[in-house]
Design a protein around this ligand. Structure first.
Ligand SMILES: [Fe+2]
Ligand SMILES: [Fe+2]
Length: 186
């Protein structure tokens, strides 16, 4: 059943890639990393893997389907995910928990259970897994100059790191320092 949802998301991503101005590949640039990190965290924290997998796959569905604006993508995404999960007859309690993951993925401070925490922490860890995408964002989306890219990147890293839940921040601390050392030369 999860594979059916994964296929639905892959199809929507393909549609976005072919029809959008930026041709952004949501799967290879973002979702696959969130999915991988969320599963890893669900094992460490003993969270419900089904909920976490579905939450990770669907958390940005409103961005992918271009429904509403970025500001409201968590609430729009919750509605879209509900429709999709109902279409595949997922049990009500699972649907409700997945919706919670989507509604609360914008800040780890909002997480109300372990499954929500896995998804929002994974959403952040995905940035550290895809540093080339951050350079693309610096140079091509934000017009950052080479002189300023370290400062810009440091601010991104720091913000992400501080946004993690307390326990994942602790778990990730040494890796974070290694990444800063390698990427920023610090
Ligand atoms: Fe998001
Ligand atoms: Fe995301």
């Amino acid at each position: 059943m999860i594979n059916k949802i994964k296929q639905e998301i892959l199809n929507e991503i393909e549609i976005y890639k072919n029809n959008s101005d930026d041709h952004y590949d949501f799967w290879n640039e973002h979702i696959k990393y969130v999915y991988k990190e969320a599963i890893r965290l669900s094992e460490i924290y003993k969270a419900d893997r089904t909920i976490v997998e579905l939450g990770a796959l669907l958390h940005d569905i409103a961005l992918i389907k271009q429904v509403g604006d970025r500001k409201g993508h968590h609430t729009n995404g919750a509605e879209l995910a509900k429709e999709l999960l109902e279409k595949y007859n997922f049990p009500k309690d699972i649907i409700e928990k997945v919706i919670g993951c989507i509604l609360n993925h914008r800040s780890c401070k909002n997480a109300t259970n372990l499954e929500e925490l896995c998804v929002c922490d994974a959403d952040i860890l995905a940035h550290f897994d895809n540093i080339p995408m951050l350079f693309n964002s610096a140079f091509n989306r934000n017009n950052v100059k080479l002189n300023d890219v370290r400062t810009w990147m440091r601010e991104c890293f720091e913000k992400d790191y501080n946004d993690l839940s307390d326990k994942t921040r602790k778990l990730f601390e040494s890796r974070y320092k290694e990444i800063c050392e390698i990427v920023l030369g610090e």
